[in-house]
Design a protein around this ligand. Structure first.
Ligand SMILES: [Zn+2]
Length: 313
């Protein structure tokens, strides 16, 4: 940031780190620092900042492999042609490429030549989710910036500012390991699928074969997504394990039946692992085209038997 604010950038940076850590966002912040018209850069609100933020600045050129396809040499050549022309604004040009591991060998060579003979006023910000050996030559010509996981306190504050439900944030912190993209994904999932969550809650609350039978009958007419039902159960058991390991506060499980959460206090980790295994087995059956209803019935029975044994203990 200091280099960009002072106009003392080098010609190429490589941001490394797992998907979700905020590489692309950081690249945009860096780019807007160059174009921002306010005193404290980047302000995020001036026209120049907005243009960069909306991907609407002709001096910020992007090459993203969001479709999962490779980035071809022709695409790199086109970008290099564009940066060779006059700039539209302050004279700076920024090229963002993500992820560089998607460049074909030809495209890598083409980019490498440009990095070896830097163009004035052009800054390349390259991004990689995984720094592989094949990127060594490109990496050696860039200043590397390793994106770090966020500290929990900062991540929690940020999620709250973004408007996420305060009660669910501890759960997202526990599951994301400081990765803001992953935390947001958890929170979106948790908010989005009310039906599978209520299914999971009912399974966890079931006390008898009759409960399971009623649930199973209700499901026959339901349109719920099989995969999401399994994920909802898996999440419950996973969170229970995390709570037992002291990695999640008990409040993070507040969406589950209280009786079930209380019973966790005298359940060992092996029992929860058996339940996770049962979900895994159900997934495998489903993949193997075994009848979904019978797979689900069997899974619910396994969970019921396990939970009955908790009561006895
Ligand atoms: Zn600005």
């Amino acid at each position: 940031m200091q280099q960009f604010r002072a106009g003392e950038m080098v010609h190429a940076y490589l941001l490394t780190g797992a998907r979700g850590l905020g590489k692309r966002t950081f690249a945009r912040v860096l780019a807007s620092t160059l174009f921002c018209m306010s005193e404290h850069k980047p302000c995020g609100v001036c026209d120049a900042c907005r243009r960069v933020w909306d991907w609407n600045d002709p001096d910020v050129i992007t090459l993203f492999a969001d479709d999962g396809k490779q980035i071809k040499v022709d695409e790199v050549r086109e970008v290099i042609r564009q940066v060779g022309q006059h700039s539209f604004g302050t004279g700076h040009r920024v090229v963002l490429i993500e992820p560089v591991e998607k460049l074909t060998p030809g495209a890598q060579n083409c980019l490498l030549k440009t990095l070896e003979e830097p163009l004035s006023n052009v800054v390349f910000i390259l991004m990689t989710h995984e720094l592989t050996a094949t990127l060594g030559t490109i990496a050696s010509r860039c200043v590397r910036v390793k994106m770090q996981p966020w500290p929990d306190a900062l991540l929690g504050d940020t999620l709250e500012k973004l408007g996420y439900d305060r009660a669910k944030i501890p759960m997202a912190l526990g599951l994301s390991g400081g990765n803001i993209g992953m935390a947001i994904e958890c929170l979106e999932d948790a908010a989005g699928d009310e039906e599978s969550r209520s299914f999971a809650a009912k399974v966890l609350a079931s006390k008898s074969d009759a409960d399971i039978l009623a649930l199973s009958t209700a499901l026959k007419d339901g349109k719920g997504d099989a995969e999401q039902y399994l994920t909802a159960l898996e999440t419950a058991f996973h969170q229970a394990l995390m709570m037992k390991a002291g990695l999640l506060p008990e409040e993070a499980l507040s969406r589950y039946p209280k009786g079930w959460v209380d019973s966790l206090s005298h359940v060992d980790e092996a029992a929860l692992n058996r339940l996770l295994e049962a979900v895994f087995l159900a997934r495998r059956r489903r993949a193997g085209q075994v009848n979904w209803q019978s797979t689900l019935d069997q899974l619910m029975m396994t969970i019921l038997e396990e939970q009955k044994s908790w009561q006895r203990s």
